[in-house]
Design a protein around this ligand. Sequence first.
Ligand SMILES: Cc1cc2nc3c(=O)[nH]c(=O)nc-3n(C[C@H](O)[C@H](O)[C@H](O)COP(=O)(O)O)c2cc1C
Ligand SMILES: CC(C)CC(=O)C(=O)O
Length: 397
Amino acid sequence: MIINLEDLRQRARRRLPRTIFDYVEGGAEDEYTVNANRRGFERYLFRARTLVDVSARDQSTTLLGEKLSTPIILGPTGLAGLVAPWGEVLAAKAAANRGSLFTLSTMSICTIEEVAAAAPSPLWFQLYVWKDRGVTRSLVERARAAGYRALCLTVDVQEMGNRERDRRNGFTLPPRVTFTNLLDVFRHLGWVLRMSSSPRATFGNFIETGDLAKKDAVSVAGFTNKQFDPSVSWKDIEWLRSIWSGPLVLKGITCAEDARLAVEHGVQAIIVSNHGGRQLDFLPAGTDVLPEVVDAVQGRAEVVLDGGIRRGSDVVKAIALGARACMIGRPFLYGLAADGQAGVELTLDILSKEIDRTLALLGRPRLADLDRSALRMEPQPAAEPRAPALRVLDGAA
Ligand SMILES: Cc1cc2nc3c(=O)[nH]c(=O)nc-3n(C[C@H](O)[C@H](O)[C@H](O)COP(=O)(O)O)c2cc1C
Ligand SMILES: CC(C)CC(=O)C(=O)O
């Protein structure tokens, strides 16, 4: 029975070959930040008010002028089309059916045009800047021609994070059957059969580019590290502005200084994100940096939070801390793996029902009623006596 996102995660784990599930689930190195994202939400408790009329609840909002029925949008996830055939198209349709919004990753299996042709929902396009600026420009032009509403530049992949699960599993594109994963692939023949209707098993937006054109299997990190430009800096935001006239979103901001710079560069929205713990391990939880970003921005840009959202109550906490909406990654991929488009719709339905119930029980029936007074911090246990070695570091020995 599926009643929450953890049930969907378990179903996804059963249905996907280990290599694919680990690619979705994994983070960088010790996965400290993956876990911190969850703990961050758990540290906030609610301050509920009672005897408030909550008979009419409303979780609708707007984001960059787009009306959303729920403050949750689907984030860019590269290779979603490996989780289910036509995965990006299915997720975009699900977002449209639920009054949400889908962000297509540069590194998708389905192309910019395939997704735009199939999805009636508002779409955002997520951009990675390639060393070859001609490729970057052409991606932006294709997104504009296909009607994507906003350009979301991801700024935290200077180099691919050290995803040790993918390295151990020998994750490549197209995925390969090896001696080590043979038994596991055999156990997931359902996935193999489903994927036979996939349009391709590699990055759809540039099948003719470099190594992909040779049709050999490529390591994802090897390919992206060769193509992504680590020299990207604030001056490139001005360049992007010259080739994209619509709203610009920066994804991967984790401190007040960068949030201020983003506003000074005319960015319309900021996504506070540690990439779901997949890039720099030991970045703090999103909830730990959200308040400083919100305070730095002072309403001059819209702020979205992602990372670790698994309950509607997490979304309510993020909004109380000043986010306008939340973005999810893995949760909708679990839904996609579990049941295709219906699974993504179920992910959104579960979260939205949980938000609705939380608003009622909290005595704050509308999102606009939420502010920091709706939260309190979990009481901390009394501090442990400090270890002698730390006292030396403090200079107190
Ligand atoms: C499988 C997978 C692929 C991802 N690919 C991208 C990507 O191509 N571009 C990007 O900006 N973020 C990417 N992300 C990060 C997500 O957009 C988002 O920041 C993250 O998943 C949020 O954390 P959550 O998974 O806990 O919701 C990816 C995340 C996952 C899980
Ligand atoms: C295919 C990858 C480049 C997508 C990504 O950004 C990620 O896995 O986090």
